[in-house]
Ligand binder design. Sequence first.
Ligand code: 6GU
Length: 262
Amino acid sequence: MNPRYDVVSIFPEYLQPLELSLIGKARRAGLLELTIRDLREFTTDRHRTVDDTPYGGGAGMVMKAEPWAQALEAIQPSEAEDPEARPVLVVPSPAGEVFTQRTAEDFAREEHIVFACGRYEGIDERVLEWAADRFRVRPVSLGDYVLNGGEVAVMAMVEATARLLPGVIGNPESLIEESHADGLLEYPVYTKPSVWRDRPVPEVLLSGNHAAIARARRDWQLERTSRRRPDLIKDLPEDALDRRDRTLLDEWAREREQDDTV
Ligand code: 6GU
């Protein structure tokens, strides 16, 4: 079955970019279902109120519980005994677990994901507790900075997820080699001309020696990752590095120690 994604927001027009390019194309090809809903459709008062002041005081407004409950019940009317049978409810929030390529891979295996875009200071916490009977609730953050609402975050999460679905990307080989697929950053890439403004491409790439090219690219991945994202090197599983990888990393670590002491 093709996966289904529902997005609920008070700014459904913010999510129009999801109709374009890759995701729009995948949608038209029937590879996924995407429905964007306006939270205000689930209000019952004349002013279509979705927010109110926070109990206990403090800055800003909090999203009211009942419109969210109505929206979520409309999307998922039944509770499920088996937690695995429940759809995922993603609640974008800077207070959530951090979204990574692993999260995207998890999401790409799900049949049904509902994204609840909060605005203001967030959604009444009781909604998340109540929703746990019919959803697997996951507060998720893009990273350690604050956005005005969940919409931009949901666009990033849907794109990162949908491009992993079978048939969405023309050349699936590119998914295997890209950044984060093997826990390392991608190697640098070059195209014609072979010399541009006095800068030649690395010679090995013109050698036709495929083993040498593969090893050089691996070295560049390691060098780039150890410089820019040392945290990723620390997180690699024990068996991810071969003898040469370890030798190179040790060498660079020693060189950097040298540089730090002069
Ligand atoms: Cl998912 N939402 C909001 N509002 N801010 C964020 C975020 C999400 N991730 C990082 N900052």
